[in-house]
Design a protein around this ligand. Structure first.
Ligand SMILES: [Zn+2]
Length: 218
């Protein structure tokens, strides 16, 4: 509720924009209805979980308007995408969120945080947390400057993903059921690498939630 008031108040100064088409939207809206209707929703709200994850929630396929919004989030234009993704992901996960003890965002590299001014997955996780009451635990961090995944081939991605993350703070992980949060799942290598670290830190179970999932070739 408070969050919605803040969202509306800020929009007086900075008009809200739809992350899917960049059009101006109402103070209390997170996206325009036309764009929401154009997304290729995954009917079950679930996708094949990558190795090491018990389940994977996903809102829609990675194409069209969904792709534009993910790219806007990644290039750092603004964070409207994170809010919209958080709203939609909370809806898709639904009551299943009650089974989870904590949300862990997939970490961004330090370089990309400096470039964008924010960590996309953390923004999304905080939005889901505000709506669900499940807390965010930033348990993982990028190890070294990781290569941007999209420039790498599949085999390289897998290798790169494994060495890209480290356990930053494992004290709230042991025995807990963790929901990993990211904007997109392509090969699943990133989520698998993160899940492995969390299980090694004692997590009882690791699931995942993403906004978009690629189907077929990434
Ligand atoms: Zn739109």
């Amino acid at each position: 509720m408070f969050r919605d008031i803040t969202h509306a108040a800020l929009s007086v100064i900075f008009p809200n924009r739809c992350p899917f088409c960049d059009g101006i939207i109402g103070a209390r809206e997170y996206y325009c209805p036309e764009c929401a209707a154009s997304l290729r929703y995954i009917e079950s709200g679930r996708a094949e979980p990558p190795q090491g994850l018990s389940e994977l929630f996903a809102c829609c396929g990675y194409s069209g308007a969904a792709r534009s919004a993910v790219l806007r989030l990644k290039d750092g234009s603004y964070g409207y995408s994170a809010e919209a993704f958080g709203v939609m992901m909370t809806e898709v996960v639904g009551d299943n969120i009650r089974g989870y003890d904590a949300l862990v965002p997939v970490p961004s590299s330090f370089g990309s945080i400096l470039r964008r001014g924010y960590a996309p997955a953390e923004y999304i996780a905080r939005e889901i947390s505000r709506r669900s009451g499940v807390r965010v635990v930033t348990a993982l961090s990028a190890s070294v400057e990781k290569e941007e995944q999209k420039h790498l081939r599949k085999a390289e991605r897998k290798k790169n993903a494994r060495s890209s993350f480290v356990l930053y703070d494992g004290k709230n992980i042991r025995g807990k059921k963790i929901l990993l949060i990211d904007d997109i799942c392509t090969t699943g290598a990133t989520l698998s690498a993160c899940a492995k670290l969390l299980r090694e830190a004692g997590a009882a179970e690791v699931g995942g939630a993403v906004f978009a999932k690629t189907v077929g070739r990434a």
